[in-house]
Design a protein around this ligand. Structure first.
Ligand code: ATP
Ligand code: MG
Length: 560
């Protein structure tokens, strides 16, 4: 990643600067991104990816990709491959450092036996309900388990038999022996291992006991020699436990640092909720362009550079906040404005006939591919007697400020000719055709006498146009924070968040674009060729409109 901007000092970089100064970890920086393969990555994960990989790169360190696959119940191979694909697409590189927590199960088990032998862990026969009942509350201490003082030998024997599969799910757990009256509930003899007789995507049926997150995570970080273990704020009061385990084991201890999760308006961000949307078919899969998933954003046409730019602009902080969706869109427009080729496409076609242009004649017009990028060059676009323009670019009886096509009005057809509207055809009250006359002296769109026209329209030649169906996507939810509204958050899904436009007419060059190529339809928005698109029937997704509302939102926020 070559984002020079991402060198701003935040509290995490300040900590690392200080560690470098004092020679902690011999000046080494090693981070990791540890997704659980129980869903697809979302834009919140992108924040974590950019942070972890970004820091490693800035400090000449390393960052691992580690699958936190300690729960066989929810995890699947499909998620592993999608996470790899999405992280690669975002542009980060873990080289040969792709790890699985499940590869450390033997080591973790050995360490658990060590804690048992030290008298720091015990096997407990209480049910999950009893354990939670005994935990106490924030204001009252917990109660000690009746199994807490089992002799070490008995604990060791039972733990080994748990591993061998002698007990059923939930019959026994291994717990750390800390303090049932600890003010931090996480320290009240937390569960380290539970019995789950379920095959695991990586270890098959080798194991029937699985480590809990708090036990596993520090172990994994320690094994990999992570220096700074960056996680989200909800783990702040798990840190004493993270430290406790590693101190008891007497092994290398990284430093856990917490930062605020990304929340975004008009979006839900947890994998569990996104999975609900997918399973209940409220969206068309994880890569539905309305999803905040990385795969959805890719399919919608958000470039990876725009997502990285967004992550760098939001920065990292210690306080949770909600970022406006419009900022992400702003980053997308910014990137696409610089990089996307321009084409002409008519979403809602209205026929135009140029009565003084010969039938059957085709002239090739030169159009600029990207005014922001001289090197992008020009292309030829066919012009003929029968054209399409956008229905909303014509008005029979226009108001004063309407500068587009109207009876008697001269307008420019982009990079082609000036034409004057002579007449129109109406059928059942609807305008079905506009008749124009071209000024042949204005080829290219300029008048030799220097006369000015106010309106410039995009157009396509009817005979050469390619048919397209265009999916227009809006925000999935109609309210800023569906989770804080009354009732079911899913009832705030906007039923019009996906609109399919059939019969769109686009210039022929668009059919040569490959699936996944983003571009601009002039005056209309940014688009991308969708999967399943064919030469004779293009399927196009709208990425975003051209109008950027970010500045307005910023102003509003500052006024608050
Ligand atoms: P979710 O709540 O969406 O299920 P998670 O935290 O359970 O997310 P993990 O797979 O455990 O998902 O996350 C991998 C990494 O990404 C973790 O380090 C986690 O802290 C980070 N992460 C997840 N969601 C966000 C977010 N919204 N903002 C920033 N980082 C996030
Ligand atoms: Mg998680």
């Amino acid at each position: 990643m070559a984002e020079e901007e991402r060198t701003g000092r935040d509290f995490i970089r300040e900590i690392i600067d200080e560690d470098k100064r004092t020679g902690k970890h011999n000046g080494k920086v090693h981070t990791r991104f540890p997704p659980e393969p129980n869903g697809y990555l979302h834009i919140g994960h992108a924040k974590s990816i950019c942070l972890n990989f970004g820091i490693a790169e800035e400090y000449g360190g390393k960052c691992n990709l580690r699958f936190d696959d300690t729960n066989p119940a929810a995890e699947e191979e499909e998620y592993v491959s999608s996470i790899i694909e999405d992280a690669k697409w975002l542009g980060v590189d873990w080289e040969d450092r792709l790890y699985f927590s499940s590869d450390y199960f033997d080591q973790m088990y050995g360490w658990a036996e060590q804690l048992v032998m030290q008298g720091d862990a015990y096997v407990c026969d209480m049910t999950a309900e009893q354990i939670s009942e005994y935990r106490g509350t924030l204001t009252s201490p917990g109660k000690e388990s009746p199994y807490r003082d089992r002799p070490i030998e008995e604990n060791l024997d039972l733990f080994r038999r748990m591993k061998k599969g002698e007990f059923g799910d939930g019959e026994k757990v291994l717990r750390a022996k800390i303090d049932m009256a600890h003010p931090n509930m996480n320290m009240r003899d937390p569960v380290m291992y539970r019995i789950v007789h379920k095959p695991h995507h990586n270890t098959g049926d080798r194991w029937c006991i699985y480590p809990m997150y708090d036990w596993a995570h520090g172990n994994e970080d320690s094994i990999e020699g992570i220096t700074h273990s960056l996680c989200t704020l909800e783990f702040e009061n798990h840190r004493p436990l993270y430290d406790w385990f590693l101190l008891k084991l007497g092994v290398y201890k990284p430093r856990q640092i917490e930062f605020a999760r990304l929340n975004m308006t008009y979006t839900v961000m947890s994998k569990r909720k996104l999975l609900e949307l997918v399973e209940e078919k409220l969206v068309n899969g994880w890569d539905d362009p309305r999803m905040p998933s990385i795969s959805g954003m890719r399919r919608r046409g958000y470039p990876p550079a725009a997502i990285r730019d967004f992550c760098s602009r939001i920065g990292v902080a210690k306080v949770n906040s909600t970022i406006a969706f419009e900022l992400l869109e702003h980053c997308v427009r910014d990137e696409l404005n610089r990089t996307a080729s321009r084409f002409m496409g008519v979403l809602d076609p209205l026929k135009v006939t140029i009565e003084n242009f010969p039938e059957g004649k085709t002239e090739m017009m030169d159009l600029i591919n990207n005014p922001e990028d001289q090197e992008a060059g020009t292309r030829k676009v066919p012009f003929s007697r029968h054209l399409y323009i956008e229905r909303k670019d014509f008005m029979e009886d226009p108001p004063k400020k309407f500068f587009r096509m109207a009876p008697g009005r001269e307008v420019r057809l982009r990079s082609a000719y000036l034409v004057t509207c002579k007449d129109f055809v109406k059928k059942d009250g609807e305008i079905v055709e506009v008749i124009c006359e071209v000024d042949p002296e204005t080829r290219g769109g300029g008048a030799p006498d220097g006369r000015r026209v106010k309106g410039t329209l995009h157009w396509v030649s009817a005979e050469h146009a390619v048919d397209a169906s265009i999916n227009q996507y809006n925000r999935l939810f109609s309210v800023e924070d569906p989770l804080s509204e009354d009732g079911d958050w899913k009832s705030y899904i906007d039923p019009n968040s996906m609109e399919v436009l059939e019969g769109c007419k686009v210039e022929p060059a668009v059919k040569d674009l490959e699936e996944g190529t983003g571009f601009q339809f002039e005056r209309t928005g940014y688009f991308i060729i969708d999967k399943g698109s064919r030469d004779d029937k293009l399927i196009i997704n709208r990425t975003t409109t051209l109008r950027d509302s970010w500045a307005k939102i910023q102003k509003k926020d500052q006024g608050k």
